[in-house]
Design a protein around this ligand. Structure first.
Ligand code: FAD
Length: 288
């Protein structure tokens, strides 16, 4: 099923992201976690793509298992900055053959050594190509706090519009920990004439190393309410996990209460975290 049709139903949806293993050794563990999350019957699941494309086989295989064995609509991520056009075509062909109808089209991060494949510069170019290649529902990334490389938010939203005009059907946000940032962003996005569904990406932070990574990578703003949780519980893993799940759940309740229907959880391959959030929201999702 196409994700644009799921989002178009106008009801709250809960979906989960998993990431593929880096090596064959971990494949079974990841597949088991993905299967357990699929057992929660989310609206859809997404499977990320390894930055350089070297593990694309795992993305395709896990997406295919979720889609065809567990019958959960699946969104396969695909990055282009380190991939040749030939590689992109090959992955799209495999996805089509395995019946995966949804692709999240991304540029990917520029590798540290600066070496890219030169066939694509921006996600919008990939979107245009996917649109030409087949009947995929296409998603793209967006950044409520602005992408780290962009000069300012206005330019960033301008480039988002380019992605939508290139053919993307919905966008999913980078994680954020203050809902007001999303509400302000949405106002600006809609003002710019971008009308596709915006799915809110929520990260349940369950340990301190995760937070350090997040801040290093994306410079995401951490509200003082959130910092207080980390200060108080950061060195007590079970308490931090419980508090992180509660914080994410509260964020989601506020989003749904304010009419944001699409909620995508960066579940970090943790079925127990996904299950606890889903359980806390069951009536809210059902009755909203
Ligand atoms: P683009 O939309 O191409 O934007 C990249 C930068 O270029 C931005 O600063 C933008 O403002 C600027 N820009 C865009 N168009 C133009 C233009 N025409 N002229 C000048 N500047 C322009 N990474 C992975 O490796 N694998 C994944 O699976 C993955 N999944 C993700 C899922 C989500 C929901 C999100 C939010 C991010 C994900 N990422 C993933 C990270 C993503 O690849 C990086 O953030 C990357 O740096 C940007 O990708 P993009 O598709 O947003 O790029």
């Amino acid at each position: 099923m196409k994700i644009k049709d799921i989002l178009g139903q106008g009801r709250p949806t809960l979906s989960f992201e998993v990431f593929p293993p880096k090596t064959e050794d971990n494949y079974e563990t990841v597949e088991k976690a993905a299967r357990e999350i699929a057992g929660l019957r989310p609206a859809f699941m997404s499977v990320t793509y390894g930055a350089g494309g070297g593990t694309s086989r795992y993305t395709v295989d896990i997406a295919a298992a979720l889609n065809n064995e567990y019958h959960v609509p699946t969104l396969a991520h695909l990055t282009c900055v380190s991939s040749s056009r030939e590689k992109v075509h090959q992955v799209l062909k495999e996805l089509e053959e395995k019946g995966i109808e949804n692709v999240l089209a991304l540029r990917g991060d520029i590798p540290k050594d600066g070496r890219t494949a030169h066939d694509y510069r921006y996600a919008s170019e990939l979107i245009r190509e996917i649109k030409e290649k087949g009947d995929f529902c296409i998603g793209a990334a967006c950044y409520p706090e602005g992408h780290v490389e962009s000069a300012n938010k206005t330019a960033d939203i301008g480039y988002l519009k380019e992605k939508v005009e290139a053919g993307c059907d919905f966008v999913t946000t980078q994680m954020f920990f203050d809902n007001n940032i999303l509400y302000n962003y949405l106002y600006r996005v809609r003002e710019k004439g971008i009308t596709v569904p915006v799915v809110a990406g929520i990260m349940p932070v369950t340990n301190v190393s995760q937070i350090k990574r997040i801040c290093q990578m994306s410079g995401t703003y951490l509200p003082s309410r959130f910092k207080a949780i980390v200060d108080r519980f950061g060195d007590r893993p079970a308490a931090m996990k419980q508090a992180g799940i509660a914080y994410a759940t509260e964020q989601i309740i506020d989003l749904i209460a304010n009419g944001i229907n699409g909620i995508h959880i960066y579940s970090m391959n943790k079925p127990d975290v996904a299950a606890r959030i889903q359980e806390s929201l069951s009536e809210i999702i059902e009755q909203a």
